[in-house]
Design a protein around this ligand. Sequence first.
Ligand code: ZN
Length: 323
Amino acid sequence: MAKERVLIGSPVRERACVLRAFLISLKSVEHEGFDIDYIFIDDNDSEVSGKLLADFKRDGSSVTVLPSVKGIAAEDSALRKETQLVRVAGYRNRIIRYAMQNDYDAVFLVDSDLIVHPELVEYLRAAKKGVISELFWAKSNAGHSSGPNAWLMEERAPNSDKRNAALYKKEADRRKRQFADRLKVSGVYEAGGLGSCTYIDRASMEGGIRFVPDREKEEKEEAPAPKETSLGRFTITGYCGCEQCSGGHNLNFSGTVPTPNHTISADLDYFPLGTRLKVDGTVYTVEDKGSSVNGNILDIFYGSHEEALAKGTYTAEVFLVQD
Ligand SMILES: [Zn+2]
C-alpha cells in the first residue's frame, strides 16, 4: 500500500520576521509513516516575505506556491478588512480543493503566525478524527482577554430577537466561559467551530467541508466600542481663545463655543467639521480650522494661553473614531 500523503497548507500574508519562524517550524514537522508536501498562497505585500516562501524547500517534499487574488481598493479599509476575511476563507477552500484534486489523504491548514510543534501533525493524525484543530489561546485585540481558537455553535446563533437578546447574551457568555474552562484541561473535545490550525481528512473533504468567513464573530467583537483607526503620527500644537491665538474670534469656524478637551482644529480638506479624532486618550471633535493647520497638523484648544504654551508642539499618534 502506498504511503499516505498529507498536504500542509497556509495562506500567507505575514511580516518576514514572523514568517521566518513559522517556516522553520514547518521544516521540522515530523511525519513517521506518511509523506508531507506543502502549499502556500502568497498574499504578501512584503517582497521579503514573498521571497521567503519562494525559497522554502524541504528534502523529500514538494512545495507549491500559488499567487493570490489581489485588486481590492487599498483606501477602503473597512471593505479591505471584510474582504480579507472572505479572501482567507477562499484561500483555505482553494487549498482543500487542491488537496482533493491531487489525491492527498488529508490536509493540515495552519496560519502563518503560529509556530508548529514538530509532533503536531502526527498527533492530530493519530486522533483519527475527520476534522481536528490544535487548540491555542490568543488575544484578538490588545484590550481583550485571550480566547481559544474554537467556539461553541451557540456563539453563531442569530441574536436579532431583541426581546431575548439580553438573556440570550448572558446565557451565551456563561456557556462560552464554561466551554473555555473545559478546554483548559488537556483532551479532545467537540466544538461548534474551529480555526487556524486544523487537520482535515479525505472523507471530510469529500463530504464537502469548507471554510466560511468569520464575519459574524468579528462584527460582534467590534460592535460595542467605537472603531478606532490609526492615522499615523501628527504634529500637535495648542491654541486658546486669546487675541494672539484666535485673532478675536469667540466662536469656532463651525459656530460653536470652543471647549477644552473637546475642540480641535484641523485641515478641513482632510477632516470635515464633526470628525472625531483621538489624541493621547482624549476624543476631540473637529470644530475649527486655522491658517497654519494644514495636512498632518492638528491644533488642540486649551482653556488658557499658559496651558496652550505649556503643552507646546509635539508629535502623537492620532486615531479616527467612528461608530
Ligand atoms: Zn492664546
